[in-house]
Design a protein around this ligand. Sequence first.
Ligand code: ZN
Length: 276
Amino acid sequence: MASAAPAETPTAPASWCGRGAKPRTFEKQPPVICYDKPAASIVSKEEYDNKRYQALTGDLVETLIVPKREARTWTMQEGDLCRVTVHEGSQVGDMNFWNLENTAERFYSGKTRQLHSSHLRVYDRLWSCLPHLRPMATFVFDSLAAYGIDEDGGALHDVIGTRCDDYTYKLITGKDRVGSCHSSLVKAVVEERGLTEQDVHDVWNIFMCTGFTRDTHQYFCKASPARKGDFIEFVADMNLLVALSACPQGDVSIQVGAEVPDDKCHPLKVEVFRRK
Ligand SMILES: [Zn+2]
């Protein structure tokens, strides 16, 4: 039996797709800041400098090392200060925060980004999810503050990125892997706190240098400018459970999907100080 000739696939005419049409023009509008500094997003610098001083001159109540390519958790009381230090070599970290008494209340990176900016600076706050929307912590010191916003629009400590994960890695490479901030955070909260994968949420990307390309607005990262001895500090505004992953991308000088040599990865040091 002779097979029928394959039916021709219809193609869309150019006019149907809008090609060749006169370009549409739009009226120019000035940018308007959406959330223009609600009072609760502005802290008294004096008050937080004092909280910092009281904690740092109090007791060091916890010191822990987050090993390279792993994650750890710890708790803080309201008023405690946490210092995270790049104590061996350039390294970025991914942080999660929960209300210690109610882990359903957790860090809301999207709203934090809208209330402050894409990259957090000293005296910005970390906000909790709806319906709570409360300050969980306040950023009080950054040894890298002078980096500012670079010529490509890159800056540090973003609340843009989600966290590296093995599902996206598979989407890019087609390969299975366990070795991401997401998998490290899941392992830490499951083993140390009895939480689940669903409790891990979008992060505060500390020491990471990121931005959006000017021409296509694509998310980019650069090798972190953090060096041995650099640190950030934040004060807890409620009792907190905190998790930190020492990202398996190390200083993020290598594109996601490519192999990251072990010597690009380092641990991070965590210290918690409490006022007397
Ligand atoms: Zn990561």
